[in-house]
Design a protein around this ligand. Sequence first.
Ligand code: BT5
Length: 323
Amino acid sequence: MAKYKGDILELLYHNRSTYLSGQTIAERLAISRTAVWKTIELLKQQGFRVHSVQNKGYQLTGFPEEWDQDMMALIIKQSSYFKRRFVYKEVTSTQLVAKEKLLEIDEPFIVISEVQTAGRGRFNRSWDSQGTKGLWMTAVFRRDVPLQKMMSFNLFLSLAIAKTIRRMSGAEAKIKWPNDIYIDDRKCCGFLTEISGEAALIQNIICGIGINLNHEASDFQQDLAVKATSLKAATGHPVNRYQFLEELLIEIEAAFRQFLVLDFKDIKDEYGQYSNIWQRKLRYTEGTTVVEGVAVEILDDGRLVVQDEKGTLHHFMSADIEI
Ligand code: BT5
């Protein structure tokens, strides 16, 4: 009954606030009620929770622990931008897989993996990517973009991610310029953007996003135990990973379209309200430059201005900020 799985899942997913009778499903898909029943059994075996009530029908109430290929197909089908998806149980890094796929595929696509054995942050730092708890994804945008515009890409994207986290968890997600999202001064998301194309014209934006969704506080080991959090650890409530992904894709697609037609100054006020670095004396490191000071402004081109104790202003393109 695997052949009806995708269709039945689609009906149940889009009607998950209610019950659908076996009769309705059978009629909508022009299949027998036995086929419906058998497919529902298959869904249950695969880890979906389907609540059934006599005279009412079926309701989808839970999802498998691991990413399910058919559910992923359903989520991506709804995306108006990303056309293809690649979902793995384990890869070294979705970023590396995406870079390989770039050579074969012209469309925008996403790569997701349950586990990354060599997940990476910026400067090749390691990214903790445990299975079933988070979202480890690379989104590949295809579009000619002038290189000088790219500076603002992370600013648009971080706002989209922070908004999704707030909406889906209720937690007060904040942006730590330039590319981290924090809750209660702990990191719940980091992302990195790599580009390829010709000299001054970018054609591919390869954006790797890692979000801790359903980790318990005790899942973070060693140094992460004091500096990382997840949406669940912060709020006490688990997040439905599929729904989160669905919302995130809508939000980042919208942010990408905005990025193409707007400048950072158009979203600067809103961005500023999400930022967690204002009015705090923090240590900023970029290469060999280390400055202790207070952030005073993000310029229209996305650079951050920090004032040190002597009143000197320092401009950063990107920096590590210790919080
Ligand atoms: C980042 O780098 O924050 C970018 C992380 C991007 C991860 C995604 S997952 C999908 C895609 N595939 C990849 O291989 N990567 C991308 P950075 O600003 O350099 O921060 C790295 C630092 O964050 C580490 O040195 C740790 O201190 C901390 N860290 C590592 N794993 C973490 C986690 N799961 N949650 C919070 N902090 C973490």
